[in-house]
Design a protein around this ligand. Structure first.
Ligand code: ZN
Length: 194
């Protein structure tokens, strides 16, 4: 099954989600939910999906940056963003410690369909969470993976990228590819008076 993705303005995207109990994670309901969220993320397609985006106020998100979706992106573009394939991950009740410095790139959100903006994010994160079986895991992520984690974990506290973006950089995705995507960040910030 593929869920309909909730769009900005729905109160569920602004609510703080509740944690999921370990026993609950192993229930058929949550196991099915994880598979359907995965299917919804593939269908979109997107690199992450948080439960509030399908209308559920739960601290649960899925992430995957698939190698086949990266093939259409120029290698220098991937290198600049430190973007590499990320295997499927389930993050439940995550706690994130941000590290390193911030870098600015355009990002979008399946719940703000058709738009993108320049968003500063930390280059590294340390994550503690439960996995799809309810087992505690911790991992470190960097580059684009760290950006995805910060974006999805924000959803669980009712934060959307528009809260963190440079407001003057907001663009439709078609204008992004036509006017902004190929410019060096310094140059486009100058043109946008950021
Ligand atoms: Zn999003």
């Amino acid at each position: 099954m593929v869920f309909r993705i909730v769009q900005i303005g729905d109160p569920v995207l602004r609510a703080a989600s509740r944690p999921v109990e370990r026993d609950e994670i192993r229930s058929p309901g949550i196991q099915q939910l994880i598979e359907w969220m995965r299917a919804t993320m593939y269908d979109a397609p997107g690199v992450g999906l948080a439960a509030p985006q399908i209308g559920l106020s739960l601290q649960l998100a899925v992430i995957e940056d698939r190698a086949d979706l990266l093939q259409s992106i120029p290698p220098e573009h991937l290198e600049e963003r430190k973007r590499r394939p990320v295997p499927f991950q389930v993050l439940i009740n995550p706690r994130v410690r941000t590290e390193g410095q911030t870098v600015e790139f355009f990002e979008g959100c399946l719940s703000v369909s058709g738009f993108a903006a320049l968003v500063p994010r930390f280059t590294e994160v340390q994550v503690d969470c439960l996995d799809h079986r309810g087992e505690p895991i911790s991992f470190r992520a960097e580059g684009w993976h760290a950006r995805i984690v910060q974006h999805e974990v924000d959803h669980l506290s009712g934060t959307v990228y528009v809260d963190r973006m440079h407001t003057r950089s907001l663009t439709t995705t078609s204008h992004l590819s036509r006017h902004w995507n190929e410019l060096p960040i310094d140059e486009l910030k100058k043109r946008l008076a950021i």
